[in-house]
Write a protein that binds this ligand. Structure first.
Ligand code: FE2
Length: 322
């Protein structure tokens, strides 16, 4: 039977470590356009394969904790805490963490390509002045370093729910060069330039990526609205056309009580939500927020997995009663 329509608060902080960055993903929410997972890997690479390839989806890996090298057939690049690592489908890759015990990810698998919102782009294709980031903030692979080796190189290939092991007779990174516009890159959430107004500015100012069927937004540390009578937390609202998910990365969250780093809130379309009692008045004297959060809003409703329901706070819908 379908679950009753209500708000959800999932606490993922205590998720046990398991698997590697590919098989250790725990799907929490999904619809036809995307799957959101948390992953706290126990090992850098499980036995039996050497590389991973998502054949059906683009991977957005938000690095909540950890850092290391992303090795791909396009070359390698460093990743660090708070990076969004965007890996187009078909890329052969592996993460080589500096310290596996610190690795902790939020992973969004997208059925459609991950794009920069059109309104941030000049018709010639460059990122516009005034966009919340510039070309300088996007880091592509370097150090191609062709690897000339023969032997058995196994790739764990994912297409939708199916996993296939593909074995190549030579190293998949035996590449001397490549050309084109599609390659993995990193963008660090702390490089997102937030905007502030005299009064509360709407969520599109936080938009970071655009994908058919959903958007990804970054709530970066920022100055708050500065009109003397500004309400500095998002007022009560109704997402009439989107399910709204926030992943709380760190800091104090002005509009919410009870959420902690690692929490997700899911506020579905169909019912309104707003600041928790007391938070509006409390916000009047605040000048800055140091919160960092990742939001994704989906066009189609999200379904929760049994793993998500196991970390759901059943009393969350009552939390607005004070
Ligand atoms: Fe909201």
């Amino acid at each position: 039977a379908p679950l009753p329509l209500r708000h959800h608060h999932l606490k993922s902080f205590q998720l046990p470590r398991r698997g590697d960055p590919y098989t250790g993903r725990v799907p929490l929410m999904f619809n036809v356009d995307m799957t959101c997972s948390r992953c706290r890997p126990a090992t850098a690479m499980a036995a039996g394969y050497d590389f991973y390839r998502n054949g059906q989806s683009d991977d957005i890996i938000f690095v909540w904790g950890g850092g290391g090298w992303l090795e791909t057939n396009f070359g390698r690049l460093r990743y660090r805490q708070d990076d969004y690592i965007v890996i187009p489908r078909g890329t052969i890759y592996r993460l080589v963490p500096d310290d596996i015990a610190k690795e902790d990810y939020l992973i969004l698998e997208s059925a459609h390509p991950v794009r920069i919102p059109a309104r941030y782009l000049h018709p010639e294709g460059q990122i516009r002045m005034g966009a919340p980031y510039s070309e300088r903030d996007f880091h592509g692979p370097t150090e191609l370093g062709p690897t000339e080796q023969e032997g058995d190189f196994a790739i764990l290939l994912k297409d939708r729910a199916r996993l296939t092991k593909v074995v190549m007779a030579s190293h998949p990174f035996d590449v001397v060069g490549w050309d084109g516009y599609l390659y993995p890159f990193t963008f660090n959430a702390n490089d997102f330039e937030p905007l502030t107004g005299t009064v509360h500015l709407p969520p599109p100012i936080h938009q970071t990526f655009e994908i058919r069927g959903y958007v990804v937004c970054t709530f970066a540390p920022r100055w708050l609205d500065h009109h003397p009578e500004a309400v500095k937390v998002p007022w009560a609202h109704d997402n009439t056309e989107a399910d709204e998910v926030l992943f709380y990365v760190r800091g104090q969250f002005g509009s919410r009580k009870g959420v902690e780093p690692g929490s997700f809130t899911l506020h579905p379309q169909g019912i309104p939500h707003g600041p928790h009692p007391g938070t509006t008045l409390k916000s009047f004297d605040a000048q800055r927020t140091e919160e960092l959060a990742v939001m994704f809003d989906t066009q189609y409703p999200l379904q929760l997995t049994p793993e998500a329901l196991a970390m759901d706070d059943p009393d969350y819908p009552l939390s607005w009663l004070g």
